[in-house]
Design a protein around this ligand. Structure first.
Ligand SMILES: [Zn+2]
Length: 338
């Protein structure tokens, strides 16, 4: 049998074997060893070169090398097809390249602002207290001087179920804390609160509050104004001015709302402050003696101030976010920006 016909025969046999591999009968590596191994069929043909007349050897060598290249290429192609099918790994994948970066999460903007608020009041000597999100009417309303059927309850639309309420403010934490401990008290009460409100750009059925309560024998409105002024300047910058407007809350007397000079226009007037030059930030006041009575503190001995703010409102101002719903939707394209 001439070398050429031997090559031809081997190539046909190889093509049949490759077909078997594709049909799942044989392993690619077995075929590689059978043909291209050190003692494989191609090596066998090379060892027969000695019997070929010297003049024909170069042509024979070329033909054998071509065969070898053909087999190697076919086997590589087969290998590629297999790994692509099995694991979707591209054949030209470079395993030495660095991997894709694993994205780290970031702190939610609401949490960031809450931490910042806590930090500022920590400097003023406040510690942090937590209370239940599901509570009774007593802790959420009655002890805070909202008697049953009092019209002030209409100020806050509440989720009720029997006697249980989803707290409408974190003030319930203050009642729990005062009932559990003797004065003086200096606590910050952060947490989630719930309102039965239509969801819109400006309002959501849940949001976050930070409330503060300072009870001691000589706490006055001057302490309240000084501390909240310090807070506003720490949060929004030293140039910020504050003002207090009279207001009403059942649990404080007198009550006030605190505004800061608009952080966008510096007080000149713009879209965001509706050309007033001021932005409403929080509600506050001196603790109503009725609240002290319900937690068995003697109002002739103890006085205190309280304040409360919506964290979303402050986050919207600080970060320039115009839609409150974005804070709750968990869209990473939004959250990644903080
Ligand atoms: Zn403005």
């Amino acid at each position: 049998m001439s070398l050429n016909s031997a090559i031809e025969e081997l190539r046909e046999q190889f093509d049949r074997d490759i077909q078997n591999v594709r049909n799942g009968g044989v392993d690619t590596e077995q075929i590689r060893v059978k043909y291209l191994g050190r003692k494989g069929l191609v090596a066998g043909l090379f060892s027969g070169m000695g019997n070929i007349p010297a003049a024909d050897r170069p042509a024979a060598g070329q033909a054998l090398n071509a065969l070898k290249t053909y087999l190697a290429e076919e086997l590589n192609k087969l290998q590629r097809d297999f790994s692509a099918g099995k694991e979707d790994v591209p054949a030209d994948l470079d395993y030495t390249l660095p991997g894709d970066p694993f994205p780290k999460g970031s702190i939610h903007p609401i949490t960031q602002i809450m931490e910042e608020i806590k930090d500022i009041f920590h400097h003023l000597g406040f510690s942090v207290a937590y209370g239940p999100e599901i509570d009774t009417d007593f802790y959420n309303f009655e002890a805070l001087n909202f008697p049953p059927n009092h019209p002030a309850r209409d100020m806050q639309d509440t989720f009720y179920s029997g006697d249980a309420v989803l707290r409408t403010h974190t003030s319930n934490t203050q009642i729990h804390h005062m009932m559990d401990s003797d004065p003086p008290v200096k606590i910050l009460a952060p947490g989630r609160v719930f309102r039965h409100e239509d969801i819109s750009v400006r309002s959501y059925c849940l949001f976050h509050q930070v409330e503060g309560l300072f009870v001691d024998k000589t706490v006055t409105m001057a302490n309240l104004k000084g501390d909240l002024d310090y807070f506003a300047r720490s949060l929004f910058g030293k140039a910020v001015k504050t003002r207090f407007r009279p207001s009403f809350f059942p649990f404080t007397e007198p009550s006030a709302e605190m505004d800061v000079s608009c952080i966008f226009c510096g007080g000149k007037g713009c879209n965001i402050c509706k050309y007033a030059g001021w932005l409403e930030i929080l509600g506050c006041g001196m603790v109503d003696p009725e609240v002290f009575k319900s937690v068995k503190y003697d109002p002739s001995v103890w006085q205190g101030y309280a304040f409360g703010m919506g964290v979303e409102r402050i986050a919207m101002l600080k970060f320039g976010v115009e839609d409150i719903r974005l804070f709750f939707e968990g869209d990473v394209r939004f959250l990644r920006q903080f």
